[in-house]
Every structure is written in C-alpha cells, then in structure tokens.
Design a protein around this ligand. Structure first.
Ligand SMILES: Nc1nc2c(ncn2[C@@H]2O[C@H](COP(=O)(O)OP(=O)(O)OP(=O)(O)O)[C@@H](O)[C@H]2O)c(=O)[nH]1
Ligand SMILES: [Mg+2]
Length: 467
C-alpha cells in the first residue's frame, strides 16, 4: 500500500510511447559523392519481403551473413552486384528487421537502389530516424542516442572520445541511481503523511544529510557537464589590439605556421582569420583581427567593425599590446573595455623593451615576445586558466551532453536546494515532497525515462539521414 502510493508520487509525468512503426524506412547511410562502396540501409516490418524481391539469387536469407548477390529493381533489372547483410529483430541497430545493401560507391547506383526500395513500398527515412527507432525500441537510452550524433559531429579526437564515453550509457544509470535515492527519501516522508498516527516524522537531520549527498553528486555532474561542453564546442579567443602589436605574429607562433601575413605596416590584417589549436585536448579557436585604431580608411574601418564583432562573440579576449613603447590612448581604452571580461593581457616585444608593460601595471599580464617559446607556453597556460581553470577534462567519464540534460540537472538542483531550505527553516518535513518530485521529474530527462516529444525531435533532428 505504502510503496504503491509513493510510487505514484514519483512516477514519470509523461512517458513517450512511439508508434508501432509498421512502415519500413530506407536511406543511403554513406556520405554523398563517389566512394569505394555505398551502403543503403532499410529497417522495418517489410524488410524480409523487400529482400525477397530485390535479392532473387538469395534463397535463404541468413542472419548476419554477408550474401554476395545481384540486387535488382522492382522490375527485376539488375542494379548492381553487392553484399546484403540481414539483421533480424530484435538483434539489430534499430531493434527491427534491418537490411544493409553494400553497393558500388557510385551515387547513381545507391540512389537507384533506394528508388527501387521506395517503388516496392519503403519510404525515405527522416534524419536520425534509424537511431530514433533504436531509442524507441529500447536499444539505447536518449543520452546514448544523442552521443551517436555527437560522435558523428566530433571534430577533434577529444570530442570523439567524450562522445564515445557517453555512448556507453553510464550516465543514465548514474542518474537513475540518484532518482532511486530521491524515491527512498520521498517514501520516508510519505509514510508520515499517509499514516500520521503510526509512522513518526522522519529524522530531519538524516533527510537533510541524504539530500546534501544527492546535491553534491548533482553538482559534480553539472561541473563535468560544463567541462564536457568545452571539449565539444571549444573555446573562442579573439586576438585584439592596436595595429602592429604582433597579433598576427602571435597567431602564427601558436599555430606553428605562417598562416597570417605579418608586416611592419600598421593595418596589415584587414579581415578576421580563424584557426584552431588544441590546448589540454580542448579546441581553441583563435581569431586574429584587424588592429583597432581611429582615422582608418574605409576598408580598414570595415575590418575594425569585424574585430568588434569577433570580440563580442569570443569567450576570451587575448589583448596584445606593444609593451616596448608607451601605451597610447587606444591601448588604454582597450584595456578598460576588456577589464570586466575573461581576458589575457599580453605585452609583446619585450626583446625591444618593457617600459609600456611596466607603466600599465596590469596584474597577471604576460610580458614577453612571440619569438620566445617560454612566452607562448605562458600564453597557452593563461588561456587554459581563464578558459577552464586549468582543469584537464576527464574525457573517459560520461557527462551531460545536451543543453536539455544540463538544464534538467540545474532545475533538479534548484528544487533540492529549496527542499533543504524548507528543512533548515524547521518547517514540516512533508512540505519537501513536492520539491523532491520536481527534482525526480527533471532528472527523468537525463535518464530518458521522461522525454517530451519536442526534446526527442530536437535530439534526432541533429542527425544526418541514414543514421
Ligand atoms: N621585435 C619584435 N618584433 C615583433 C614581435 N612580434 C611581432 N613583431 C613585429 O611587429 C610587426 C607587426 O607584427 P604583426 O604580427 O603584423 O602585427 P599585427 O598586430 O598583426 O598588426 P596589424 O595586422 O597591422 O594589426 C612585424 O614587423 C613583426 O615582425 C616581437 O616579439 N619582437
Ligand atoms: Mg595582423
């Protein structure tokens, strides 16, 4: 009796149940263009029937066996000879009957294969629909499904490793355990509500201690999520400063190649130049910009306009100044302008002199030269310190990947803090039940037990067709 009541208290408000998916979907799974092979994927209830029609040479379709055979269209004309791989439900990626046809990598052959499948009654798959079916058939949780998209999108090795860690689905079970702890606390409190005569109020110090432990675990998840986002999205750094300060020289030195033109003519860089480097495995996008000065000609003024925009959208401002000469009004203005944001100040040309650098008296500023390896090391370390507090992300641990998951943890934390405040005020213990239910429901978005349709659509819309 008691447990069924509290179960009801902590059930998921909305559980997404998919359609029966009677229809069969088809798509080219390999990238567009020519290649060695192209793979056409088919999934759904009519796969066996389609295989019978299109693979007349295959008498008995064996599971997980590479049949080499003619692939024919709806009128029996041979499209190609290739491999056919059949995975019966439920032991397939989608959990349904699936067929992969490996044909020669000509866009014409692959397109013709899909056309024949459509003529025989399949329909074009929407982006991510194969993975969506995998999710709906319980083959993977939503977190892992999102990780599939991330893995495909990964642009650095670290981002790929981070996505792979999420693909394991470890996070969902971790959060599920936290939800179970919340359920236990709710049960504890509900006993007293349901049977006030028989069940004494739970010990509020103990309840608070349990809540504090859950909050600490969620804080750690949130923190890891922030680091994970850094790994995935990278950090943008705008290299800004007056003309001739050595911005392009710094970009080249950090890249280790002569990417931007360097000259002693003020106003050499006219447009923004963007290149990426990795620091601690984090992708750092460096944006070299046109030097900021007044009285610029029209072309230069347009460049300065872009500098302003790059500065506004960058996470970190890397302010480069000529430290050998006294600071002019522009340099001072730029220092003032960036003082309240994440920045690294670098006084360049210390090989010539440091007067300007000392005169400015900026704490934590780096004084050196782009020609000095030690200076470059100091700049990289400063970017790591400002960008991610120098903390090397642990890429092997699953972390909150999507904004939806991140927001879910933030809102669960808010509800639990509210609950703790109630306890600490000395209010009745049963008053916290509502907040605990809110936290429980929010965390369902991370485990995938609660997934509103718009969340699902958002996750799968990111995929390419055929995945
Ligand atoms: N002595 C000395 N010269 C440097 C140093 N760094 C850059 N320079 C020189 O300063 C001049 C300007 O360098 P750039 O890198 O083109 O400067 P910038 O800030 O990109 O200039 P704009 O693109 O015009 O805004 C070049 O002649 C560089 O060789 C340094 O550390 N020491
Ligand atoms: Mg330049």
């Amino acid at each position: 009796m008691r447990s069924s009541r509290s179960e009801r208290r902590c059930r998921d408000e909305e559980r997404y149940v998919g359609d029966a998916f009677a229809d069969t979907i088809a798509a080219i799974a390999t990238p567009p263009g020519r290649g060695a092979i192209a793979i056409v994927r088919v999934s759904g209830s009519r796969v066996r029937e389609l295989a019978r029609r299109m693979l007349p040479e295959v008498e008995h379709l064996r599971p997980r066996y590479a049949h080499y055979a003619a692939i024919v269209d709806e009128e029996g004309r041979t499209i190609d000879r290739g491999l056919a791989l059949f995975s019966p439900a439920p032991h397939s990626y989608t959990g349904e009957d699936t067929l992969e046809l490996h044909v020669h990598g000509s866009p014409v052959v692959a397109t013709e294969t899909v056309r024949a499948l459509l003529a025989l009654g399949a329909r074009n798959a929407a982006p991510g629909e194969f993975t969506q079916r995998a999710f709906l058939n319980g083959k993977m949780d939503l977190h892992a499904a999102a990780a599939v998209a991330e893995l495909i999108d990964a642009e650095t090795r670290s981002a790929a490793r981070a996505a792979l860690a999420n693909l394991g689905g470890g996070l969902a079970s971790e959060v599920r355990a936290l939800r179970a702890r919340l359920t236990a606390i709710v049960e504890d409190c509900s006993g007293a509500i349901d049977f006030p005569e028989e069940v004494p109020d739970p010990d509020r110090t103990r309840v608070d201690a349990e809540l504090a432990a859950v909050v600490a675990d969620l804080e750690r998840l949130k923190h890891d999520g922030e680091i994970g986002r850094l790994v995935r999205d990278g950090v943008t750094v705008a290299i800004v400063g007056p003309p001739n300060a050595g911005k392009s020289s710094l970009l080249n030195a950090l890249l280790g190649e002569e990417r931007a033109i360097v000259s002693d003519i003020a106003g050499t860089t006219r447009d923004t130049i963007e290149e990426s480097i990795a620091i601690d495995g984090v992708r750092v996008r460096l944006v070299d910009t046109a030097g900021i000065r007044h009285h610029a000609d029209r072309l230069e003024a347009a460049g300065i306009d872009r500098t302003r925009r790059a500065l506004a959208s960058a996470r970190i401002a890397l302010v480069v100044l000529d430290g050998s000469a006294p600071l002019d009004a522009h340099a001072r203005e730029l220092l003032r302008e960036t003082q309240d944001r994440e920045r690294v100040v670098f006084f360049n040309k210390a090989d010539v002199g440091e007067d300007g650098a000392h005169e400015a008296g900026i704490r934590d500023a780096i004084v050196g030269s782009v020609r000095e390896p030690g200076t470059l090391r100091a700049i990289r370390a400063a970017l790591a310190r400002v960008g991610w507090h120098g903390e090397v992300p642990d890429l092997e641990r699953p972390h909150l990947a999507s904004l939806v998951e991140f927001d879910a943890v933030v809102s669960a934390l808010g509800a639990l803090r509210e609950a703790r405040a109630t306890l600490q005020r000395g209010d009745a213990v049963d008053l916290i039940v509502g907040d605990l239910q809110d936290a429980y429901a929010a965390l369902g978005h991370v485990t995938g037990d609660v997934a509103a349709q718009d969340v699902l659509t958002g996750v799968f819309a990111r995929f390419c067709i055929g995945k």
